[in-house]
Design a protein around this ligand. Sequence first.
Ligand SMILES: Cc1ncc(COP(=O)(O)O)c(C=O)c1O
Length: 381
Amino acid sequence: MKKRYLLAPGPTPVPEAALLSMAYPMMHHRTPQFSAIFAEVKEDLKYLFQTKNDVLILASSGTGAMESAVTNLFSPGDHALVVNSGKFGERWGKICESYKLRTTWLNVEWGKAVAPEAIKDALDKNRDIKGVFIQGNESSTTVSHPVKEVAEIISKREDTLLIVDGITAVGVYDIPMDKWGIDVLITGSQKALMLPPGLAFISLNDKAWKFCDTAKLPRFYFDLKKERKNLKDNTTAYTPATSLIIGLREVLKMIKEEGLPNVFKRNERMAKATRKAMTSLGLNLLAPESPAECATGVYTPEGVDGGKLLKSLRDDFGVTLAGGQDQLKGKILRIAHMGFIDTFDIITAVSSIEMGLRKFGYKVELGKGVAAAQEILLEGY
Ligand SMILES: Cc1ncc(COP(=O)(O)O)c(C=O)c1O
């Protein structure tokens, strides 16, 4: 027997209440019963996004919503500014280029956050930039970008939109769409929302909806105006992912019961405890200056192959973490702490890393990282 623990930055564990709700016999989507569920999640999603705008539900992974933002808001040749500080910033750039936007890449060293002044500079030099694309958290490098400051710069410009990939930010930290003036905010189901992959969410403010009126890029399945029209009737344009939406009702109930401020505090505590545990073991953080609350990235020590360590944690101990991509492959571990994650998940992750490091010959005092984490985790009780 091997008990499994999932601590990767998506998919994340799904709570029992949501799992059970999704096991119910199939419900038809064009029925009053399903419409009632839809009406409920429609309102609760506004609470999650901290917005009065509609939050549209798409049947896709998060990337589908990212693509829909590009195709519904822009025309070929429009100038886009992409903050590229990791794999997901790179994804924004690739989507923009695929759809023939004139794409300016604002490259940021991996492990660092973008400086808001760099965005301001780029906008001042290129008055025709129509969209700035950024991540709330760049989960590939476990960095948090200064979205609030960036939104302050962009909200003053009538002809430029701020499009935020909040796939590992919404429900992780306080990112209030309306208060900060974010024009487009996106998330996905398999992160802080504690659901299986398969749903994406996108919300547009009035300024962004105006861009939709003139955008000329082709679109069919991801037609946001069509989805907004259907949303009013508590349905979607095409067959919705009914089981996932039924699960969504459960997780949104959980989030509301805990209250967003408490969810954010819990995530912050988990993140702080994880970082403290790793540094107390003598490991270096990947993003010490602006770490994300969704996951902690940490370099594996000299002489320890990160890929082999990760494999051993998963196959020997049953603990699934994530590694690095591209130049970080084999060099880092990423420990997730968003969604259905609490104190003893962090203890499990930290103690498994200690045991794994010892197994690979790194001198580690067993329990040192766990004790450091416990000091912080206890503050929550
Ligand atoms: C910040 C961020 N953006 C985008 C994505 C891509 O989302 P998906 O894999 O759901 O398409 C991810 C997934 O890990 C992510 O963490």
